[in-house]
Write a protein that binds this ligand. Structure first.
Ligand code: MG
Length: 259
């Protein structure tokens, strides 16, 4: 038995040395030692992103948008004071009708991507807040200011593309009076708990004529003209509003995508 062990042991060592010297064996060892480059990656989602056909031209509604105004009529809107919307529709645009009051959509929305085109009057009248004033209200609570801010100074968090009286735009990307301008707005609705306490503030990201002017800013509450902003519990979805501030502002090509 002892003789057998004495003979077998050197033989086994020699065999191991021979095997490790073989090129195939070396490659195999190296391969086994190489870490998996895909280990610990974020796994892909189980479902494919939904297909959406983009609009045929920049600013045109994509296939999953809800068109709120295509230039033809105000059937998707109603007056803030009740009844049908009384703004003027002409030449593919709607225009504020003085003393008709604001209008809002019949449909309610929460978090959205919103495209709006607007133009202040070509003939300049007034100054500051009295020049081409209107507004796009998300949930009828949170205003992105519409104003002729082309060479027209007012308080900075009240100029065009401001979250009214809360956040001035990052830059002034205004076009001249009378020219069509665009807002592309990403809005995340606020959340309230069962006691009505605000547990998540609303947020705005806004592009004015394609230029980033609000970068995921936190909304401090209702965009009031007087007093500090505050939150008051409301429904998860509410209509979108357009303001009548007495100036003949026009709107066209309004569409929304629910987020
Ligand atoms: Mg306004």
């Amino acid at each position: 038995m002892t003789i057998l062990v004495r003979c077998a042991l050197p033989l086994a060592i020699a065999l191991l040395l021979c095997l490790s010297a073989l090129p195939g064996r070396t490659a195999l060892s190296a391969q086994q030692a190489k870490p998996d480059p895909h280990a610990h990656e974020v796994p892909p989602p189980k479902t494919a992103p939904r297909m959406v056909t983009p609009g045929p031209a920049p600013g045109a509604p994509p296939s999953d948008a809800i068109v709120l105004f295509d230039g033809s009529d105000l059937s998707k809107w109603e007056a803030d004071r009740g009844g049908s919307a009384q703004w003027t529709v002409a030449d593919g645009a709607m225009q504020v009708r003085q003393k008709a009051g604001g209008i809002h959509t019949k449909q309610a929305f929460g978090s959205v991507q919103l495209h709006v085109e607007w133009a202040t009057p070509p003939v300049v009248k007034g100054e500051g807040q009295g020049r081409g004033n209107s507004g796009v209200f998300l949930m009828r609570q949170y205003e992105i200011q519409v104003l002729d801010s082309f060479e027209n100074v007012t308080y900075f968090h009240g100029q065009a593309a401001a979250v009214y009286k809360q956040h001035a735009p990052l830059v002034n990307a205004s076009r001249k009076p009378g020219e069509w301008q665009t807002y592309d707005i990403i809005f995340h609705a606020p959340q309230f708990d069962e006691h009505g306490k605000n547990i998540r503030r609303a947020r705005f990201t806004v592009f004015h004529n394609g230029v980033l002017v609000q970068d995921h800013v936190e909304v401090m509450g209702i965009t009031t003209h007087e007093g500090p902003p505050y939150y008051e519990a409301h429904a998860d979805k509410l209509p979108l509003g357009l303001q009548d501030h007495g100036d003949l502002v026009r709107y066209r090509n309004i569409w929304v995508r629910e987020l």
